[in-house]
Design a protein around this ligand. Structure first.
Ligand code: TRP
Length: 336
């Protein structure tokens, strides 16, 4: 057990799409055999901006677990657990809340960006932002440190939270003595995946995503509507693949034929429809084993429950040890 610890995860607010997969999850799957890996289903964090939709969060805890298992998070190597079932995380969050100023939390770029998107929850001026939402990066610092995480494979939108966690750790260690480990972010080579519409980000709320559990029919429809070079009107017009999302995904999926795709497109030797059909085929090759695995677990829900319960048990054991250490440092360890 001298392996370094990975802690990473997602909020259960919807299914994972290929942007999540290529941006972060693929890396976790690869790294899980070399690290002691904890995967957090961050339901408490999801509630910070979904507190009025507990059913949505609850449903997506299971959906996220299915997504993880279907892409190859291996429960015999990784501990998949539910955040709200780890009381030590909540306790650490309280203790860390003294290590960060309110103005620093307001300056967190990811919080700011999310606030902009969350006008419906928090109002136009951000004045009705809740204490919980503003403070969730503190609870994320607790997630990370509760497991002595040293390595955190995440998408680049999470870097501000990692930085904030590191600041909290440094301040804590400075005041109370060396107690916590500083987590480091590891980005995948393709940290942000563009949407079908050419948007810089693939996102569920942007309506430009291919989900890992999309059916063949849905995938085909989405790809047939994907953005191509708008100047290409006829099938034999030459076009610029660099501004075509179909070409972008051919590359993303490592289509061995990608050079042909590019050259033929530039010379007007290939129409968009045939190019899209080829992409649909490649996407299906990629998604089919994922769908099959998901189907297995959907048909064996009791196995998924056991995986979550056992992962949570192991996570609780570790987090309780770290909490003990923290309490000792803060001198609130009153009785043996
Ligand atoms: N904030 C992450 C997201 O929105 C989810 C998350 C919660 C997380 N705790 C974490 C990620 C700890 C990495 C490490 O996707």
């Amino acid at each position: 057990m001298s392996q370094k610890v990975i802690l990473t995860g997602d909020r259960p607010t919807g299914n994972l799409h290929i942007g999540h997969y290529f941006g972060a999850v693929k890396k976790r799957v690869e790294m899980q055999y070399d690290y002691n890996t904890y995967i957090i289903i961050a339901d408490v964090q999801a509630l910070t901006d979904n507190f009025e939709n507990p059913d949505k969060v609850r449903k997506n805890v299971k959906e996220l677990a299915l997504d993880y298992l279907s892409v190859g998070i291996d429960p015999t190597h990784s501990h998949i657990f539910i955040q709200s079932m780890i009381p030590a995380i909540a306790e650490l969050t309280v203790l860390y809340s003294n290590m960060v100023t309110v103005s620093r939390l307001y300056r967190n770029p990811t919080t700011k960006a999310e606030l902009g998107q969350k006008k419906s929850v928090f109002g136009n001026d951000g004045e009705s932002i809740t204490y919980g939402f503003l403070g969730y990066p503190v609870s994320q610092a607790a997630d990370l440190t509760a497991f002595d995480c040293e390595v955190c494979p995440v998408g680049d939108d999470q870097l501000p939270h990692l930085e904030q966690a590191r600041e909290i750790v440094r301040k804590f260690n400075h005041i109370y003595g060396e107690t916590l480990k500083e987590p480091e972010a590891v980005l995948s080579k393709t940290p942000r995946i563009k949407g079908l519409d050419g948007n810089e980000k693939m996102g569920k709320s942007l309506g430009n995503a291919i989900f890992l559990n999309d059916t063949t029919e849905v995938v085909s429809k989405k790809i047939m509507n994907a953005l191509t070079d708008p100047s290409k009107i006829r099938k034999d017009d030459p076009a610029n693949p660099e501004i075509c999302m179909v070409y972008y995904y051919h590359k993303l999926l490592n289509n061995p034929n990608v050079e042909n795709v590019c050259n033929e497109c530039k010379k007007g030797l290939r129409g968009c429809v045939s190019c899209k059909k080829e992409l649909i085929e490649k996407m299906e090759e990629f998604l089919t084993p994922i769908r099959n695995k998901r189907k297995y677990y959907e048909e064996h829900p009791e196995e998924v429950d056991t995986i979550l319960k056992e992962g949570t048990e192991r996570a609780n054991k570790k987090a309780a040890e770290v909490l003990d250490r923290v309490k000792k440092s803060v001198k609130i360890d009153y009785f043996e």
